[in-house]
Write a protein that binds this ligand. Structure first.
Ligand code: MGD
Ligand code: MGD
Ligand code: SF4
Ligand code: MO
Length: 785
């Protein structure tokens, strides 16, 4: 057998080797095959899926002995490439029983944030909450109540917010920075996700990854990274730090953080100057031939109305008739380049304008900004443009979380368009991690519907702004660790909470958001429920079901049960499903042929995993070259950005990087040891990664007189926190790293979120998802504590 790198990893299923090579993933058939469970009449097996937002969603086979979960193994999927589990999944055997579990409802007795609580009964807790919500709703309207939720919570009150007419935060400002610039080009509305399934990477010749640590942040897809490599793809990682993924790539470009836009703009310039673009593709599938009016910078349309493109088409210059034509006229050949006069107005094509605009962004210019040598930029561009099909991917964690990330997205989109890498096998642009969302072969699930008079109120502003601007919210009900994770600049969040009349946190563990609440409700983990089933999801072409594994621990209740009981107290009980089973049956009640034959019964018979009826080849979106943009084509020129001088992308130094007040950039990457703030208290994982460490390059430490392991204070104008430092050459000098997620109680003082940047780029309000939270655009000083 020819041993490829991939085979080697598969074969070396010895714990440590797998851990370091494949990022800690174990597969059903080879690793941890259980010692046969003791034949014990009190023993049962249950199947569930693991819900943390890690890109995975593995299915777990759980053994329960005398009511206690004693073993978790990877369950078999129909497509057994997904029959996997990682150390976090395995650790749930201990983690679920953690001493950090909330045991009873709690009521605050000290000051907010002082963390002084007394246990109360469920009846008292729910009555207090219901009375307050009813009062607020009748006095100020439903919009005075805000529901927010962590993303790892699969069921977080889908009904009560609508019944009350409350506002709901679905993750405002997170993971949307690059999408804001990219998706105006593609017309997609999916967090800038790549529409080529990662399993299609085997068809790519070149894969360029800007700030993605996929070998840690979507462990379950690591295999497809290696498949692509084995198939011959060259993988180039552009990352300020030396990461697990960098280590397994063919080339590393150590970019200066926050400058990806400059790199991509220079690449566009090189593609244009060297004519490395695909003119035929541009002419057929894109808005490159559209005409920009030089008097007002707008695109030339047939008339002056605001009508959509079908009634008021964009105009192009037809080469065949040598005349102006609506872009959707059959049989024409639009000119991609040229300048013309139309009724006394000068116009030029988008491509011509782009060529002029792009001249300023030379490779030499970008080399200075990005700190990547000019020749490397040229070589990278040549490879990307000429050695395709090529993938251009980025993570939601690194280059996304900057005030200028929309420029990165816009420039990246243009680069992929020019080189014809969208809607083709082996191509793709966007974020490839977290493919569990399955935007490809997805299916339409049903839902439990409420009478139409009940509707949530749309968010009146980005939630982060509620801390600064006057608004209607007087009560906040949140699930998980929302208060710590979903806002930067925690001190500001705490100030805001002090102005509210009620703060409720619903969580399984005693995290930072619990510290900040007035009333705390102990939630079940996904392993526990009062019902036969818990949740259901579509992941990677499969439908997964969660069976009940164990009874609720302590006095915890499932989120469904909490919502049901609270709804009853609010007088809405009749509108909710009676049981979780009723709810899930409604979800599976759909005419979508891809889900035919999938019911609670067939799922149960198939150990809670069933493949949907979808093709076996990897999904590639837009093969028909039809896009959901106003013109139906790939749009390079963003008219809505004319007022910000960003109709074509221009580099912009990120806010905090630019003000030069603090010298060190603080990266908050995501680690395989945790999912955000989950597993920080998991003792098995703490053995490997025991405490928060401020990582820094030894050169930055030396100049500050620090020794490895010193207690340091990290500070800026917003606040500070303290933790031990750890030296690593993996980090670029000038960059420190504090992995996100640690709770306040784990820090020697403060919280890492005290220093993070919560400013908003004004342009962001006009973008499709609103402004991004620029967590990574955080600059600090570090000193010995
Ligand atoms: N195990 C685990 N998996 C996860 C998560 C988790 O917490 N734990 N979180 C999930 C979620 S919600 C998300 S959003 C994703 C995030 O997934 P990723 O985007 O892969 O995660 P990060 O580690 O934040 O960032 C990736 C890389 O970006 C680099 N980087 C930082 N700044 C820049 C920059 O300005 N430019 C460039 N080019 N690179 C930069 C960092 O050094 C890092 O190596 O992971 C998902 N998967
Ligand atoms: N500084 C900084 N902050 C960041 C980031 C960063 O890079 N830097 N990354 C951001 C990103 S990309 C993201 S996506 C967000 C993620 O933010 P969150 O999704 O808020 O992060 P998690 O810590 O995963 O929160 C999940 C919470 O849900 C709880 N939970 C799990 N199951 C259940 C359940 O069944 N019921 C209830 N009620 N609770 C449950 C878990 O215990 C945990 O507290 O964080 C963002 N915050
Ligand atoms: S944390 Fe993610 S990769 Fe690990 S077992 Fe759970 S779902 Fe799978
Ligand atoms: Mo995220």
């Amino acid at each position: 057998m020819k041993v490829s790198r991939r085979n080697f990893i598969k074969a070396s299923t010895v714990g440590a080797a797998t851990l370091t090579l494949a990022g800690g993933l174990f597969s059903a058939d080879k690793w941890l095959r259980p010692v046969d469970a003791a034949s014990d009449s009190q023993e049962k097996t249950a199947f569930t899926f693991h819900p943390p937002d890690c890109g995975g969603r593995c299915s777990h086979k759980c053994t329960v002995r005398e009511g206690r979960m004693v073993k978790i193994e990877p369950n078999d999927w129909t497509d057994n490439r997904y029959s996997l589990i990682c150390l976090k999944g395995l650790s749930e055997v201990e983690h679920v029983y953690s001493t950090e579990r909330l045991q009873t409802p709690l009521k605050r007795v000290g000051k907010r944030g002082e963390n002084k609580f007394v246990p109360i009964s469920w009846d008292e807790a729910l009555t207090t909450i219901a009375d307050k919500l009813k009062k607020l709703q009748s006095q100020y309207g439903g919009k005075s109540i805000l529901f927010g939720s962590s993303w790892g919570v699969d069921y977080s009150m889908p009904f009560i917010p609508s019944l009350l007419g409350a506002q709901v935060d679905g993750g405002n400002g997170i993971d949307i920075g690059i999408a804001n610039g990219l998706e105006d080009t593609t017309g997609d509305f999916f967090y800038g996700a790549m529409y080529n399934d990662i399993k299609d990477w085997v068809n790519a010749k070149t894969i360029v990854l800007l700030g993605i640590n996929i070998l840690e942040t979507t462990l379950t897809d690591s295999q497809f990274f290696f498949d692509a490599k084995d198939a011959g793809a060259q993988i180039i990682c552009v990352d300020p730090s030396y990461t697990t993924t960098v280590a397994k790539s063919d080339q590393w470009m150590r970019i200066k953080p926050g400058t990806d836009g400059a790199l991509l703009l220079a690449m566009i310039n090189l593609v244009l100057e060297n004519k490395w673009y695909k003119e035929d593709y541009l002419q057929k599938n894109t808005a490159a031939p559209f005409l920009i009016r030089l008097d007002n910078q707008k695109l030339l349309r047939q008339n002056n109305s605001e009508d959509k493109a079908d009634k008021n088409p964009y105009m192009v210059w037809d080469e065949i008739s040598n005349s102006l034509k609506p872009y959707n006229t059959p049989g024409i050949r639009p000119k991609c380049e040229g300048e013309f006069e139309v009724n006394g107005v000068r116009v030029k094509t988008v491509l011509t304008k782009l060529k002029e605009h792009q001249k300023q962004f030379t490779a030499q210019w970008a080399a200075q900004i990005t700190d990547i040598p000019e020749q490397n930029i040229i070589d990278l561009t040549r490879r990307y443009a000429l050695n395709g099909p090529a993938v251009l991917g980025w993570g939601w964690g690194g280059p996304d979380k900057w005030t200028n990330s929309d420029v990165t997205g816009h420039a990246g989109g243009i680069l992929a368009v020019l080189t014809g890498n969208i809607g083709v096998k082996g191509g793709g642009v966007g974020c490839p991690i977290g493919h569990y969302i399955t935007w490809g072969w997805d299916a339409a699930l049903g839902s439990w519907t409420l009478p139409t008079e009940f509707k949530a109120t749309p968010l009146e502003m980005p939630v982060a702004d509620m801390r600064y601007k006057s608004n209607s919210v007087k009560a906040l009900i949140n699930h998980g660790n929302y208060l710590q994770q979903h806002f930067a600049n925690l001190n500001k969040t705490v100030e805001w909470l002090d102005t509210l009349e009620l703060v409720v946190t619903i969580a399984p563990y005693h995290n930072t958001s619990v510290d900040l609440a007035d009333i705390v409700l102990p939630a079940c983990t996904s392993y526990e429920t009062e019902y036969a089933y818990n949740n259901l999801t579509i992941q990677r072409e499969h439908v997964l079901l969660q069976q009940k594994v164990i009874d609720p621990l302590h006095e915890s209740k499932s989120d469904f049960q909490i919502e049901k009981e609270l709804a009853a107290k609010l007088g809405f009980g009749q509108y909710l499903p009676k049981t979780k089973e009723d709810y899930l049956r409604a979800v599976l009640d759909t005419k979508d042929p891809r889900l035919s034959g999938i019911t609670l019964e067939t799922l149960t018979a198939n150990n809670c995993v069933m493949r949907m009826k979808v093709p076996t080849e990897p999904y590639v979106g837009h093969l028909d070259q039809v896009y959901d943009t106003p013109s139906g084509k790939l749009e390079l020129y963003h008219e809505n950005m004319i007022e910000f001088d960003q109709a074509l992308p221009k580099f912009e130094v990120p806010t905090e990087a630019g003000n030069n007040k603090y010298p060190l950039q603080m990266s908050q990457a995501h680690t395989k040891y945790r999912v955000h703030s989950q597993f920080v208290e998991a003792r098995w994982i703490n053995q490997l990664d025991p405490e928060p460490r401020v990582e820094m390059n030894p050169s930055d430490a030396q100049s500050r007189g620090l020794s490895n392991g010193d207690m340091v204070e990290v500070l800026n104008d917003r606040g500070s926190f303290k933790a031990r430092c750890k030296f690593t050459e993996a980090l670029r000098p000038g960059v420190i790293r504090q992995y996100e997620g640690w709770w306040t109680k784990h820090m020697a003082a403060g919280n890492l979120q005290n220093v993070t940047n919560d400013s908003h780029n004004p342009r962001g309000y006009k973008r499709r998802y609103g402004p991004v939270i620029p967590y990574n655009d955080t600059y600090v000083e570090v000193k010995k504590a």
